[in-house]
Design a protein around this ligand. Structure first.
Ligand code: TYD
Length: 204
C-alpha cells in the first residue's frame, strides 16, 4: 500500500465533481484504502462568510474573496483536525475544490499572480498528489445546474464559466502540479473509469 494520497477534484460549477468524488472514494475503499472526503468552502467561520458572499447575500470584492478562500484553506490544512491530520492517520483525503479554484475564479477577477503567490507560496497549504480536473463545456455545466433546481450562485453564468474554464487551462500550463484533465461528458460510469485510470499509477 502506498502512502496516503491527497487528491483534489476541480472543475467549473456543474461539472459533476460531487458524484465523481463519491465514485472515487468507493473505488479506493474497495482497494482496501481508508478515505476521508472534504470540501471548500469548509464549515469554518470563514467558510460561512464565503457562502454568504457566494449566494449574493453579503457581496464582497474579488480580492476579499481571494483572501477569505486562502484563510479558509489554511484552516482546512490544519494539523489538529484538517487535511494534515487525516493524512497522518493514514487516510487518503479527497477534496472537492482547492487552490486551483482560487487561481481560476479569483485569479480571473483580480490580480492573478497575487492569488497564485498567496496560495502556492503559503507554507501551510499542501500541494496535492493529483488534481483531477473535470472538463465540461459551460453550456453542458449550466444544463446540469438548471436540473438541480437550486438557487444559482454568483458565478453560475455562461460568460463567467467560460472565462473560468480558460483560466483553469492557464493555471495548469503555469503550475508544475500533477494534473489530470478528464473529459467529464459521458455517463457517470464512463467518467469514473477515466478518473480511476488517472489515479491508478499512484496506487502502486
Ligand atoms: P460549491 O457550492 O461548492 O460549488 P459546486 O459544488 O457547484 O462546485 O461552491 C463553491 C463555489 O465557490 C463555486 O462557485 C466555486 C467558488 N470558489 C471560488 O471562487 N474560489 C475558491 O477558491 C473555491 C474553493 C471555490
Amino acid at each position: 500500500m502506498t502512502r496516503p494520497l491527497f487528491i483534489v477534484f476541480e472543475g467549473i460549477d456543474g461539472c459533476g465533481k460531487s458524484t465523481q468524488l463519491q465514485f472515487l472514494s468507493a473505488y479506493l475503499q474497495k482497494r482496501g484504502r481508508k478515505v476521508a472526503t472534504t470540501a471548500e468552502p469548509t464549515d469554518s467561520v470563514t467558510g460561512k462568510m464565503l457562502r454568504a458572499a457566494l449566494s449574493g447575500k453579503d457581496p464582497r470584492t474579488a480580492a476579499e474573496m481571494a483572501a477569505l478562500f486562502t484563510l479558509d484553506r489554511i484552516h482546512h490544512n490544519k494539523a489538529e483536525d484538517g487535511i494534515e491530520k487525516r493524512l497522518k492517520d493514514g487516510f487518503d483525503v479527497i477534496s472537492d475544490r482547492y487552490y486551483y479554484s482560487s487561481l481560476a475564479y479569483q485569479g480571473s477577477l483580480t490580480d492573478y499572480d497575487w492569488v497564485r503567490r498567496m496560495n502556492v507560496d503559503c507554507p501551510e497549504i499542501r500541494t496535492p498528489d493529483i488534481c483531477i480536473f473535470l472538463d465540461i463545456s459551460p453550456a453542458a455545466a449550466l444544463a446540469r445546474i438548471g436540473k438541480r433546481g437550486e438557487q444559482r450562485e454568483i458565478y453560475e453564468k455562461e460568460e463567467t464559466l467560460t472565462l473560468f474554464r480558460a483560466t483553469f487551462m492557464r493555471v495548469f500550463d503555469t503550475l508544475t502540479d500533477n494534473v489530470a484533465i478528464i473529459n467529464a461528458e459521458g455517463t457517470p460510469e464512463e467518467v469514473a473509469a477515466r478518473i480511476a485510470a488517472a489515479v491508478e499509477p499512484l496506487l502502486n
